[in-house]
Design a protein around this ligand. Structure first.
Ligand SMILES: O=C(O)CCC(=O)C(=O)O
Ligand SMILES: [Fe+2]
Length: 316
């Protein structure tokens, strides 16, 4: 892999001290470059303690290694906006993984495993730590876009909509290595903690670039909401996960998300105020989230019928 294709790693430590304007500028330049082209970067010194990441990864492994009947005790209850609890992908979905989805620790929707006993504590602590990093990144991304640092926070600050998924990917076989099909995330910003197995790939200039795991590093990608608000100035990253023979991949994905009642559309700063036409029509975020859920629960037989953000594109 040539250096020009490496996913940049950004040191966030300047944002945890005062006075390091040079360091902040360097970080923002890197983030701006990555977000303008393909929407993916990695961060170090992001505020999530290494010890916590390791403990959370360990409890996830212990949970997923339990027999199915034990895991199924955490099956989702009905009525939640997303299936909070343990889920195995349908055979026909093509995605070879199982996952446990959770909302913020205080949510009544959560169905967290009682085994291993430490699962709840570690996962909740990881969640809360991810929220803080998400808030920091939200402010940085706003500034990189040339907006006030509290712009996205003012746009939507309902942290009850955030969710986190602990994932286990199955082993690759001779003819199947599809862990998670190529997609873009629908939210604002996603954080991924991956183990040492690898398999996450991002599409850049038509090529799939592996995001090589490094201890202590978090992967960051932008979601569709930022792409729409910025009228395509920043990209929602296209990514996928490839499975590995003989090794399960474990990861946590944290979705810094939007209040479902919010209307999303290109901001005037990226349209009327600079003389550009909007590339998307406005939509209610919960409608988009429901369409995306339907993609998963009732996968269309033809790939071109899967709903992406282009569903709201205005033809030029
Ligand atoms: O497991 C990963 O590394 C990525 C997960 C992901 O892309 C997703 O859940 O949307
Ligand atoms: Fe994703």
């Amino acid at each position: 892999m040539s250096n020009s294709n490496a996913i940049p790693t950004v040191d966030l430590s300047p944002f945890f001290t005062t006075g390091d304007d040079e360091g902040k500028k360097k970080a923002k330049d890197l983030i701006h470059q990555a977000c303008s082209t393909y929407g993916f970067f990695q961060v170090v010194n992001h505020g999530v303690p290494l010890e916590l990441m390791n403990r959370a990864m360990q409890v996830s492994k212990t949970f997923f290694e339990l027999p199915d009947e034990e895991k199924l005790k955490s099956s989702p209850a009905s009525g939640a906006p997303l299936p909070a609890g343990y889920n195995k992908q349908h055979e026909d979905s093509g995605d070879r993984n199982e996952y446990l989805l959770m909302f913020p620790p205080a949510s009544n929707f959560n169905v967290l495993p009682s085994s291993p006993p430490e699962f709840k504590k570690e996962a909740e602590e990881l969640f809360s730590s991810f929220v803080k990093t998400g808030q920091l990144l939200e402010a940085i991304v706003a500034e990189c876009l040339g907006l006030p640092s509290d712009f996205l926070k003012k746009f939507s600050d309902d942290r009850n909509c955030d969710f986190m998924v602990a994932l286990r990917y199955f082993l690759a076989t001779d003819d199947d290595s599809n862990g998670l099909s190529e997609h873009e995330d629908g939210n604002i910003i996603t954080l991924v903690l991956q183990d040492e197995v690898g398999g996450l790939e991002v599409r850049k200039n038509g090529e799939w670039i592996p995001v090589t795991p490094t201890q202590g590093t978090l992967v960051v990608n932008l979601g569709d909401v930022v792409q729409v608000l910025s009228n395509d100035k920043y990209k929602s990253a296209t990514h996928r996960v490839i499975t590995t023979k003989g090794k399960n991949r474990y990861s946590y994905a944290f979705f810094y998300n939007l209040d479902g009642e919010k209307w999303v559309e290109p901001l005037p700063e990226f349209t009327t105020l600079i003389g550009e036409l909007p590339k998307y029509r406005r939509f209610l975020f919960k409608d988009y989230q429901a369409l995306r859920m339907r993609n998963k629960t009732h996968p269309p037989s033809r790939p071109e019928d899967v709903i992406h953000i282009t569903h709201y594109s205005i033809p030029t």
